[in-house]
Design a protein around this ligand. Structure first.
Ligand code: FAD
Length: 471
């Protein structure tokens, strides 16, 4: 059904983007065959990597791909965790890496206009230089704006300020047929027809290529503070969270972290976490308009935690202390990554999180795989890592493939079943991509999936746009 890339197509692509925008050398293309998902078996080489420099070039590429029936897989920073940018049917890997312009930071409207290839890290820098603030903070700053939009990324700060979707006001998108649309704009509201902006956000590049975005910014909070709260058991830690929310406190972030992964990360970084008691921590980040307000807020949070048998409350109030704590938190993934097979991204109603985590611990015992779990406790989004290892006396003990492989599918299915029973979804922020595809029907009805397929068909009648993903 799809056309393979031949020399005629390569020449046509070079005519659109120039010689340096087309890569066919296998060694140079190899990094474009995968994202951050660990198992090499899902990797697939593109037939060509194409790097457009502007929206017109993207439109020309898609017109050609549409005419010739060539699969096109958009690619951002490739930090995705479910194989979304893997060109699993070959064809074109369309990399946005050359579209890195911060077009405008409009301080009067508090909006940024940026191209899809701007990295999250460069975006923060540009926003900060303009004296403004972009609240969402997905964990890998190598992600690009287009990828963040395509996955509707979240991150720790979503509790108070929401996810990427809440900040995208307008888009420039190239449809699979090559037309350019610009839904939305520098607008705080719009009730004008179907909301195409929101349809594209989270569509994982299956409906079109995002080339530019209008992003809402806000003033920077005056004061932020991190509290580290140790507990002797996970249940008490997690049970604290609904009570913090019920006390009408809106933290910026509430993360729960088992001691074991913190210790492994401390060792890797040769740095120390501010407290050594307890087996589980809550890391609560607060923001407030003044130091006095912050003191009140911190006391209120500490009170709720101590009522739930917290062992202590440690405060990181200076920028250095906060940096150290957040630095350790952000490196946990790196510390365990070598033995991580898959990072799950289940989201459950937040009142269910303690019961879901209890079930994860049972499954860990039943199947004998280490399942370190941490995540965004206050929005119900839990990242369970299915490891090809056991943890013994604080040390990671790798397991041979024949031991972990047969258990992988069972563990995944058990946890997805638990997620469904609690009214959850199999992805809170990473997307479905390739690897969660078989489980979509666990949580969506046949009618919902059929409607999604009809939407896909309306946008992409040829089926060239990131085919093989989501469904
Ligand atoms: C250490 C680590 C921490 C992470 N922490 C978080 C976190 O806290 N929160 C979170 O939400 N995620 C997190 N992630 C996952 C990942 O960073 C996000 O999914 C991110 O949004 C992916 O962006 P990317 O540019 O790397 O996209 P890619 O991986 O390149 O692509 C992801 C998807 O977007 C599509 N896509 C990319 N660019 C475009 C475009 N311009 N137009 C249309 N479609 C496009 C791709 O086809 C693919 O389907 C983490 C990942 C790592 C490795």
């Amino acid at each position: 059904m799809y056309t393979h890339i031949d020399t005629e197509i390569i020449d046509a692509l070079k005519a659109i983007v120039g010689e340096r925008g087309v890569v066919t050398d296998p060694d140079t293309m190899q990094p474009y065959s995968h994202d951050e998902f660990a198992l090499a078996e899902i990797a697939h080489m593109p037939e060509v990597v194409v790097k457009p420099a502007d929206v017109e070039q993207v439109a020309e590429i898609l017109k050609l791909a549409s005419q010739k029936s060539i699969p096109v897989t958009p690619r951002g920073g490739a930090t995705g965790l479910c194989g979304g940018c893997v060109p699993s049917l070959g064809g074109i890997s369309l990399s946005l890496e050359r579209m890195t312009r911060v077009v405008e930071i409009d301080t009067a409207n508090q909006m940024a206009v940026v191209e899809a290839g701007v990295s999250l890290s460069d975006f923060y820098t540009a926003v900060e230089e303009a004296g403004l603030y972009f609240p969402p903070h997905p964990g890998d700053e190598g992600a690009m704006i287009g990828g963040l939009i395509a996955t509707n990324a979240g991150g720790a700060r979503a509790v108070k300020y929401g996810v990427i979707r809440n900040y995208i006001r307008g888009l420039e998108v190239v449809l699979p047929t090559g037309e350019i649309i610009r839904p939305g704009g520098k607008l705080m509201k719009s009730s004008t027809g179907y909301n195409l902006v929101n349809l594209i956000i989270g569509a994982e590049g299956t409906l079109g290529v995002v080339t530019q975005a209008v992003i809402q910014l806000m003033p920077k909070p005056a004061v932020t503070r991190s509290l580290i709260i140790p507990y002797d058991d996970l249940q008490s830690a997690i049970d604290t969270v609904p009570d913090i929310i019920q006390a009408k406190i809106q933290p910026l972030a509430v993360e729960f972290l088992p001691r074991e992964v913190v210790t492994i990360t401390e060792k890797m970084l040769n740095q120390s976490w501010p407290c050594s008691v307890g087996t589980t921590y809550l890391l609560i980040i607060l923001d407030a308009p003044s130091e006095a307000e912050m003191d009140k807020l911190s006391e209120a949070v500490a009170g709720v935690c101590l009522d739930h048998e917290a062992l202590d409350v440690f405060v990181a109030d200076s920028p250095q202390k906060q940096e150290q704590v957040l630095g350790i938190r952000s490196k946990i993934y790196e510390a365990i990554k070598d033995h991580n097979i898959e990072t799950l991204d289940i989201v459950v109603p937040r009142a269910e999180i303690a019961r879901h985590v209890a079930r994860i611990q049972e499954v860990q015992g039943e199947h004998g795989l280490w399942l370190p779990t941490y995540g965004h406790a206050a929005d119900g989004n839990v990242h369970t890592h299915i490891m090809s290892a056991r943890l013994e006396g604080g040390e990671i003990v790798p397991l041979p493939e024949e031991e972990w492989k047969p258990r992988l599918e069972k563990v995944r299915a058990e946890l997805y079943r638990d997620c469904r029973e609690r009214g959850g979804m199999i992805s809170g922020e990473h997307g479905i991509g390739l690897v969660k595809k078989p489980y979509l029907s666990y949580v969506l009805s046949p009618e919902e999936i059929a409607l999604m397929r009809r939407i896909k068909q309306a946008f992409d009648p040829q089926g060239i746009m990131n085919p093989d993903k989501i469904f």
